[in-house]
Structure formats: C-alpha cells, structure tokens
Design a protein around this ligand. Structure first.
Ligand SMILES: Nc1ncnc2c1ncn2[C@@H]1O[C@H](COP(=O)(O)OP(=O)(O)OP(=O)(O)O)[C@@H](O)[C@H]1O
Ligand SMILES: Cc1cn([C@H]2C[C@H](O)[C@@H](COP(=O)(O)O)O2)c(=O)[nH]c1=O
Length: 217
C-alpha cells in the first residue's frame, strides 16, 4: 500500500485505489459509504466513484450499457471506453495527487460479467485491459460473494425496475460469480473475498478490519 501522509504523518505519495465487486444485489453499495466515512475520519482525502460511470461521458455510456440491447463485444468495448475516460479524467489524477479512490466496480467486473457471464473471449478482455490500464490494478479489491438466488431476492426487494443486467437469469449470475472467484484465486493478495451472506454490521466489521490493515501497511 502507498503511504498516507495525512493519517500517518509520513511523506504523501501516490494514493490508494480500492474497488468493490460482486454480483448485483451482493450488498457492496451499502458498505461503500461506511468505508469512505472511515477513511475520511482518518484524515484521508477520498474520491468515491463508480463504473460504468464516474465522469459525465461515462455516465452517458452507463445509461446505454444498462438499458440498450447491444452485441457482447460492443458492451465490452463500451465498458472499457468509459473506463479509459474515468482513468484519464479522474482516477489517475486523484491517485497522482495522493488522494485515495474508492470505486464501485472496475475491470474485475468486465472479467466476471462479459467473460464469465456472456462468454467474451479471454484474450479480447486481456487485450483491452492491457491497452486501457497497462500496469495498473487496484491496490485492494473487496469481493462480495453471495449465492445468486439470495442476491436476486435482495434486488427484487428494492422495488426498483431491474436494468438489463439485473434481468439476467440465475445461470448467468452463477457464471459471473464463478468468474469473480476465479479472478480472486489468481490475485489472492489483492482480491479479498467477503462472505456477503451475513448481517450488514458483521460484514462492516470485517471490512473495517481489512481497510485498517491496509492503512497500517
Ligand atoms: N448483508 C445484507 N443482508 C441483507 N440485505 C442486505 C445486505 N446488504 C445489503 N442488503 C440489501 O440488499 C439490497 C441490495 O444492496 P446493495 O444495493 O448494497 O447491493 P449492490 O451489491 O450494490 O447491488 P448492485 O450492484 O445491483 O447495485 C438493498 O436493499 C440492501 O439494503
Ligand atoms: C463495470 C462493469 C459493470 N457491469 C455491470 C454490472 C452491473 O450489473 C452494472 C452496474 O450496475 P451497479 O448496480 O452500479 O453495480 O454493470 C458489467 O457488466 N461490466 C463492467 O465492466
């Protein structure tokens, strides 16, 4: 982890990049605010964002991605187009200035949803990833893991109209979940798997411990 001058009195360097991942309804959004509040309470300058989105152009692409039917490869390329803009306009400048970035989803989501869920060729994903953010990965990723049937129940209970992804069937989310867990096995130091089938306050305590570890590293 980079140093975090305001909190530790050390020299400020590049900021820390933390991402949250999981299938729809896993409960990550509910926990992000708590983590951001914890970091700010420790004196850390945090930029909270999301993907797809995070910039005016990215938010327009998000509307298309969540609601407009499209070819699988169009979907993957638009996810990375929004990400390219997000990195250039927001993530990279923030990290370079020593700010921390907490983001709801990043490229692990493209691996899980487009490769795992939809069947995009891995080499196409790898080529896009290597093009758009060579050498950059989050410093820490919290992966909320939950069986799809429980997650679907949570999504339904919100009463909000489901988007194109949320309307997918259980087998789609089984594949997405499997791809996330495969990605976590490939990068166990970076991706921490959180059992999301527990009460929110228990999850919050575990996440606060993991983030506190990151702060003291
Ligand atoms: N640990 C939990 N136990 C039970 N319900 C939860 C838990 N965490 C969140 N929920 C509820 O599940 C619903 C979905 O939560 P949330 O929006 O945080 O999920 P999400 O992972 O961000 O989903 P999405 O990616 O679709 O936005 C909300 O109604 C929320 O209150
Ligand atoms: C970044 C990214 C996202 N998705 C999907 C995953 C979700 O269903 C939506 C975003 O909605 P959320 O409620 O804000 O999580 O987009 C994807 O398929 N691929 C991606 O790279």
């Amino acid at each position: 982890m980079p140093t975090h001058g305001a909190a530790a009195g050390k020299t400020r360097s590049r900021g820390c990049f933390i991402t949250f991942e999981g299938i729809d309804g896993a409960g990550k959004s509910s926990q992000i605010a708590a983590v951001v509040a914890l970091l700010r309470a420790r004196g850390i300058d945090v930029d909270q964002s999301r993907e797809p989105g995070g910039t005016p152009l990215g938010e327009r692409l998000r509307e298309l991605l969540l609601h407009e039917p499209m070819h699988l490869e169009t979907e993957a390329m638009l996810m990375f187009a929004a990400r390219r803009e997000h990195l250039a306009a927001r993530i990279e400048p923030a990290l370079a200035a020593g700010r921390w970035v907490v983001c709801d989803r990043f490229s692990d989501a493209t691996f899980a949803y487009q490769v795992g869920g939809r069947g995009l060729a891995r080499e196409k994903f790898e080529a896009l990833e290597a093009w758009v953010h060579p050498g950059l990965q989050p410093d820490l990723t919290l992966l909320f893991d939950l069986p799809p049937d429980i997650a679907a129940g949570r999504v339904a209970s919100t009463g909000v109209d489901p988007d194109r992804f949320e309307r997918e069937q259980r087998d789609f989310f089984e594949r997405v979940r499997g791809a996330y867990l495969e990605r976590a096995r490939q990068a166990p130091q970076r991706i921490r798997v959180i059992d999301a089938n527990r009460p929110p306050e228990v999850i919050r305590t575990e996440i606060e411990r993991i983030v506190a570890e990151a702060l003291s590293a």
